[in-house]
Design a protein around this ligand. Structure first.
Ligand code: DGT
Ligand code: CA
Ligand code: CA
Ligand code: ZN
Length: 584
């Protein structure tokens, strides 16, 4: 069982309690447990059985929570959760998935208009029945309609980190149950697309029946959609579908190529094969002569994926860029970019500490970064405009900077750079004085307020901030939250141009819910000569691992190490941050 599954149960308990207007303290404590579990870097379900003491040391997780976790791990459910669910219409919980709609509003709609489903809510909003309710108005009614529209569009897609974690766990599980020969993820998971619709796993094995049986018996399987001799489809917890295919060794590579996709890439590859006198399918690459397969249908490639690309006179195309965006032409010319790798990342330039809304101290972040084998990191807490995070004013920031220097000298393995994530205010002015900003090593600017400006206003606002001589990085430039919030309207081309002119870098925020810039934006930035910084935006030591998702996005955006400043050695990085150097 994944941490997300456990966290969801705790979070649903708190949602239901909130709808029932139960004790606020209880509501908060369940909510907190959910957040902690979701962000822990180890598997809680396994730990609670093997080493429950480890959980007892985590603040915020009490005996009650541990008992509940044990119950869920042993029985697959929590009795209290089940009881609570029986006390409300089940569809109310679906309403919680709408952006900006919390338990209080849901309770209000339910009690006053007897609304329990998304369809009913939509109808009421269209009939203008919501606006007259307490705390509601025309604007909030329109927002609900927008949230419903967004929900319907993204429904059924999952974050990449969930997709990868679940895939890895399934592969481990199958390996532990059956002697498999080759096993791999295909589909959008392998292409590292930012969201995944379903998981595709391919396997070769001497006894297909055994793998299929083990697969459908996995404890997280909620429903078996199909079960055949060589293929099965199941629905896991949280509704994620997974397809498993058992293959012959001699066609594993061909199947991996086919089921990795994307569909558009496959169509283009198939046309190329045809022009060259080949036929390509999930079973192999076949040479066609006079409409016949050479050697009585014996294929020329199939066992290994690389052979297929090479026989088609292409260099191997990494899965992340198989989207039919020009990769086949570049592979033919031998001009594919040398895509960035996680090992090339030397540091992380965006993270928070206890000084604002992070969970760990400067020391703890520094130690964790040493473990991640980084050479440098930047500590970048929030500025005062984000009052709810305890954002820093000038005075506190100066003290914080001293501390960062002290910790840095105590940890010789790594350099801690002094930074800030400064809020961009209403008209593009920054939340802190230039005087203080000029003393920092790294200044990250970001938007956390007034998302509803027009495209032109937002573009102007951001560009003004980029013109400040001390700004180094524009954080999460479009503000989108995957499967939750659309980007604000923005002329990104203008923003990139202004960034480049002012020697500002654009961030790939690696937080799996953001991945902002996205893959296409990265490529646009690179083509326009702007530099990128990939940052985890960690709010605890465990989140440093999110760096990998930013690297996946960078790869999908055709970036090489030279395009990304946190692959540079410290001295070169500092020249870029001082704006003495920009570009390659
Ligand atoms: P997803 O699951 O929506 O995130 O995206 P994919 O790419 O994983 O799509 P999926 O699971 O429907 O299929 C896996 C791969 O199988 C897909 O990327 C390409 C291949 N494939 C599926 N159907 C077709 C098809 O009709 N034609 C071709 N050429 N390839 C297909
Ligand atoms: Ca898929
Ligand atoms: Ca599929
Ligand atoms: Zn941040």
């Amino acid at each position: 069982m994944e941490n997300k599954d456990l966290a969801e149960i705790f979070s649903e308990i708190s949602d239901i309690l909130e709808i029932q207007e139960s004790n606020p303290f209880r509501i908060r404590s369940f909510r907190r447990v959910a957040q902690i579990i979701e962000n822990l870097g180890f598997n809680v379900a396994r730990t609670v059985q093997e080493d429950p003491e480890k959980l007892r040391t985590i603040s915020g997780i009490g005996e009650g929570a541990i008992k509940r976790i044990q119950e869920i791990v042993e029985t697959g459910r929590s009795q209290e959760h089940e009881d609570l669910k029986n006390q409300i219409p089940p569809s109310l919980l679906t309403l919680l998935e709408l952006q900006n709609l919390g338990p209080k509003k849901i309770k209000l709609f339910w009690e006053t208009l007897n609304i329990t489903t998304i369809d009913e809510l939509e109808k009421a909003a269209r009939e203008e029945k919501l606006r007259s309710l307490p705390g509601m108005g025309q604007k909030s009614e329109a927002k609900i309609l927008k949230a419903i529209e967004d929900y319907r569009r993204i429904q059924g897609r999952f974050r990449l980190d969930d997709g990868i974690e679940i895939t890895q766990a399934l592969i481990e599980y199958l390996n532990s149950k059956v002697k498999v020969r080759r096993i791999a993820a295909a589909g959008s998971v392998r292409r590292r697309r930012e969201t995944v619709g379903d998981i595709d796993i391919l396997v070769t094995c001497h006894s297909p029946g055994e793998v299929i049986d083990a697969f459908v018996q996995h404890p997280d399987v909620r429903e078996v959609l199909a079960k055949g001799d060589t293929k099965a489809s199941v629905v896991l917890r949280r509704g994620l579908q997974t397809d498993l295919r058992v293959l012959e060794d001699e066609s594993f590579g061909a199947a991996l190529q086919y089921f990795t996709g994307s569909k558009a890439h496959n169509v283009a590859l198939r046309e190329r094969a045809k022009r060259m006198g080949y036929k390509i399918s999930e079973y192999g690459l076949f040479r066609i002569v006079n409409g016949e397969k050479i050697g009585n249908g014996k294929k020329v490639a199939g066992e290994d994926e690389e052979d297929i690309y090479h026989l088609l006179n292409l260099s191997f195309i990494p899965p992340e860029i198989r989207e039919n965006r020009g990769e086949i032409e570049k592979a033919e010319a031998g001009q594919l970019p040398d895509l960035i790798k996680l090992e090339q990342i030397r540091g992380d330039l965006h993270m928070h500490t206890k000084a604002t809304d992070g969970r760990n101290s400067i020391e703890e972040m520094g130690d964790a970064a040493v473990k991640a084998k980084y050479e440098y990191i930047a500590i970048t807490d929030h500025s005062k405009a984000l009052a709810m995070t305890g954002g820093l004013d000038e005075e506190r920031l100066l003290l914080h900077m001293e501390k960062i220097d002290q910790v840095s000298s105590r940890i010789p393995e790594i350099k801690l750079l002094k930074g800030i994530e400064v809020d961009i205010l209403n008209e593009g002015e920054l939340d802190l004085s230039d005087e203080v900003l000029s003393c920092l090593d790294v200044v990250i600017a970001s938007i956390h307020s007034r998302f509803n400006l027009s495209r032109q206003e937002m573009t102007l606002r951001i560009c003004r901030a980029l013109e400040n001589p001390y700004v180094n990085i524009l954080a999460h430039p479009t503000g989108r939250l995957l499967t939750r919030r659309e980007p604000y309207p923005l002329d990104l081309e203008q923003v990139i141009k202004t960034a480049r002119e002012n020697r500002v870098c654009l961030e790939i925020n690696a937080y799996p819910e953001r991945l902002d810039l996205n893959d296409l934006h990265c490529r646009m930035a690179r083509d326009m000569g702007a530099l990128i910084s990939i940052n985890s935006d960690s709010h605890s030591t465990e989140m440093l691992r999110y760096m990998q998702y930013g690297v996946f996005t960078a790869r999908r955006g055709w970036l090489a190490a030279k395009d990304v400043i946190n692959t540079y050695p410290l001295e070169k990085l500092r020249r870029v941050l001082r704006k003495e150097e920009y570009g390659v």
